[in-house]
Design a protein around this ligand. Structure first.
Ligand SMILES: NC(=O)c1ccc[n+]([C@@H]2O[C@H](COP(=O)([O-])OP(=O)(O)OC[C@H]3O[C@@H](n4cnc5c(N)ncnc54)[C@H](OP(=O)(O)O)[C@@H]3O)[C@@H](O)[C@H]2O)c1
Length: 371
């Protein structure tokens, strides 16, 4: 059996997509228009996108900030891929040559890009091509919106948290910036390993963190992490506001700090090199400072990572919370909400936006919901 194209099956040739022709703030550069539909190359699966997630790494790729990402494959003068977005959930539309294990109609989720995640990868569209190596079957009970929230942030959490510190039952973990895309998955992954998790974020997000399974919650404004009395095996600093010297008294024996490098949507002011100089400095310091974990500069192993994430989702150990769904035409509003920090749960774009999705949006405007 060949590909659908080889079988003469008519494939959709055009689609609606969020696009950009140059770098800039989402509100200034994003335009929804008709685009040629991508054709699946060898090893690629074309997915009818039911949902795609909105997160910090897509913001970086749209704005071209920090500048260094343009040298890392995003495109020097303008984005080489005009359609933003990295991860999707949807239905297999057609498969390229050599694809094994996925057929038309399968419900799937995965990551569109290859290499580093700081580049547009074509997710914010009606159709997107995903390498089969970064695609998995979606657990049946999970909505497309929930599934789309997992791949990029989940792969980063596995890679940078468990890759740096293999957690096991009884370990005590502090996650600084727990309520964001990465922290909310890291929290649940740490809990799945049997760790005790102290989750730190803004006061109004603490009930959400308890809902995700946090054992202890801390409002970073009223109780600075450095003033806590507990000690930890791992401090996973997504917000990237801590220093190893400031946390020295918080480490158990062999305890480590993993510093992620969050630029806070440009507010950190590192427009050219972003977190890279600090990350390199920490990598150097980790050669003599036992409390520092070596920063990881490689891209995650997506095949292995998607297998692990699917297992955790299927076992109910990760339950992504969707805060609000937006139509493609509302992409600018979706990024404004992301940058505002007012959400408790994930933000997704839904290309086939229809009445049922309003239910997700309106429900989410109050209490966050599971499922
Ligand atoms: N190291 C790596 O390998 C790697 C790889 C990929 C991505 N990244 C980076 O990792 C970051 C991922 O973050 P994300 O997607 O989870 O971001 P996010 O969704 O913006 O979440 C960040 C959370 O931290 C909270 N926060 C802000 N200031 C804080 C503080 N001082 N103390 C505690 N919490 C604070 C934020 O709340 P409020 O702002 O509302 O207060 C928010 O809830 C991105 O910047 C991405 O580029 C790193």
């Amino acid at each position: 059996m060949g590909t659908l194209a080889q079988q003469g099956v008519q494939m959709q040739s055009h689609m609606r997509a969020v696009t950009q022709t140059h770098y800039g703030n989402p509100e200034d550069v994003l335009v929804v228009r008709d685009m040629p539909a991508p054709q699946p190359g060898p090893g690629q699966v074309r997915v009818r996108v039911m949902a795609a997630s909105v997160h910090a790494d897509v913001w970086h790729a749209i704005t071209g900030r920090p500048f260094i990402l343009r040298l890392m494959g995003s495109g020097l003068r303008c984005p080489s891929q005009p359609i933003p977005g990295t991860d999707v959930a949807g239905i297999v539309d057609s498969v390229g040559e050599g694809v094994v294990g996925f057929v038309q109609g399968d419900s799937v989720f995965g990551e569109c890009g290859i290499g580093f995640q700081w580049a547009n990868a074509g997710a914010y569209a009606e159709l997107a091509c995903v390498p089969q190596t970064a695609l998995a079957h979606k657990p049946k009970f999970l909505s497309y919106e929930q599934a789309a929230a997992v791949p990029t942030s989940g792969l980063i959490a596995l890679h940078t948290m468990l890759g740096a510190f293999p957690l096991r039952a009884g370990h005590r973990v502090l996650i600084n910036g727990s309520a964001g895309a990465l922290g909310s998955l890291a929290l649940q992954i740490a809990k799945a390993q049997g760790a005790h998790v102290t989750a730190v974020d803004e006061a109004f997000k603490l009930p959400y963190l308890q809902q995700l399974g946090a054992d202890t919650v801390v409002d970073y404004r009223s109780r600075p992490v450095e003033q806590l009395k507990e000690t930890f095996d791992l401090i996973y600093d997504v917000a990237s506001t801590l220093s190893v010297s400031g946390c020295r008294h918080l480490f158990k024996e062999g305890g480590k700090l993993v510093w992620i490098g969050h630029d806070h949507y440009g507010a950190a002011g590192r427009a050219v090199f972003g977190s890279a100089p600090k990350g390199l400095g920490l990598a150097l310091a980790a050669t003599w400072d036992a409390n520092l974990s070596k920063p990881i500069f490689t891209a995650p192993d997506r095949t292995k990572g998607m297998r692990v994430l699917t297992g955790l989702l299927a076992a109910g150990q990760i339950t992504p919370v969707v805060y609000k769904a937006f139509a493609l035409e509302e992409a600018k509003a979706a990024f404004a909400l992301l940058q505002s920090g007012k959400h408790q749960g994930r933000i997704v774009l839904v290309p086939t936006y229809h009445a049922t999705h309003h239910a997700v949006a309106s429900h989410a405007s109050g209490q966050p919901r599971r499922g």
